[in-house]
Design a protein around this ligand. Structure first.
Ligand SMILES: Nc1ncnc2c1ncn2[C@@H]1O[C@H](COP(=O)(O)OP(=O)(O)OP(=O)(O)O)[C@@H](O)[C@H]1O
Length: 308
């Protein structure tokens, strides 16, 4: 199947002369949840804004289901729902009017049944006649999502959907995004919360200084770049590693009570068995051991620092 979004050779230099995107190539598959990660100022919002037709590119192309976002703007834009970072809506309007009006902006015929479904799915139906200003922050955010879904888009962009929201609302957002994906909607989210990407995404893209430095299936990324650590709590502290045990992967804590062995998550376990044998040979005894795996956060930090 062809990708739903195809970004080719995209670049953006703002009027200030600042080059926010270098040459970005990216394909988003139908029905996936794609998380775009990157530090502040990396170019995430610029990229999303160009894909949504809000900002003009300096070079390259974006196609949404074959429609060019510049040449065929209306067709491309009608396939997209965008939930921006900032709340931008008429605070004096009621929930149902705001969401109904958003649908009208896309020239779609009225469909009260769809609007009702969207509001019910987002637990906003009971509040449909409330003015937006009278809603809690979490509800206002959900109104933004309802607006973005009002015209039945195939792709939903969520720019930092859970920034500053409480744990419960984050969880309910995640559930809602999964439910949307189950209906065939493709979801692209930007986030600073690595655990959000780890929890939600099928694929992860990392952007750094206007360049996509990595696009990978999350599971493969974690397998490929993940590291495992084995920590051994020694029965007797060591002043130094015996010469036969010196190994770059093996580190003795400053107080001599703990040994840390770091190895590839993909590697077979031979290294660990070999280490345990060598420890026995050198009569290094331990009372406890623990293993841990690097998280997507560790991987992300090493990527944005440019170590890979
Ligand atoms: N209209 C503009 N004119 C000039 N420079 C801009 C403009 N918009 C963004 N930039 C610059 O482009 C760079 C990328 O900004 P962008 O908002 O795309 O980053 P981001 O990855 O979304 O960051 P954040 O995580 O902080 O939202 C930044 O250095 C920003 O200052």
């Amino acid at each position: 199947m062809s990708p739903i979004i195809s970004v080719e050779g995209l670049s953006k230099t703002y009027a200030t002369g600042f080059q926010a995107l270098k040459t970005v190539d990216l394909q988003i598959e139908r029905g996936e949840i794609f998380a775009l990660l990157g530090p502040n100022g990396a170019g995430k919002t610029t990229l999303i804004s160009i894909i949504c037709g809000i900002v003009n590119p300096s070079g390259g192309h974006v196609r949404i289901d074959g429609h060019d976002v510049v040449a065929d703007y209306r067709a491309a834009r009608s396939l997209i729902g965008l939930v921006p970072q900032e709340l931008s809506t008429d605070m004096f309007e009621t929930v149902i009017n705001t969401v109904t009006f958003s649908r009208g902006l896309f020239g779609k015929p009225k469909n009260p049944a769809h609007i009702e479904k969207v509001l019910r799915d987002l637990s906003l139906w009971e509040k449909r006649d409330s003015k937006i200003m009278a809603l809690s922050g979490g509800m206002k955010r959900r109104v933004m999502i309802a607006k973005a879904l009002s015209h039945e888009p195939q792709v939903l962009f969520l720019d930092e959907p859970t920034a500053g929201v409480d744990v419960e609302l984050r969880r309910s957002m995640w559930e809602m995004v999964r439910a949307l994906r189950a209906t065939g909607v493709t979801v692209i989210l930007t986030t600073h919360y690595i655990d959000e990407a780890e929890e939600m995404a099928d694929r992860v893209g990392v952007i750094r200084q206007g360049e996509i430095v990595l696009v990978e299936e999350k599971a493969a990324l974690m397998r490929k770049l993940g590291r495992r650590q084995l920590k051994l709590h020694l029965r007797e502290p060591l002043a130094a590693l015996p010469p036969g045990l010196v190994d770059p992967a093996l580190e003795l804590s400053a107080d001599g009570t703990e040994l840390t062995y770091t190895f590839d998550a993909t590697a077979d376990q031979g290294g660990v068995a070999d280490l345990l044998r060598r420890l026995a040979q050198h009569e290094v005894d331990f009372k406890d051991l623990q293993t841990s795996e690097s998280s997507l956060e560790d991987i992300f930090v090493s990527l944005v620092r440019g170590r890979t």
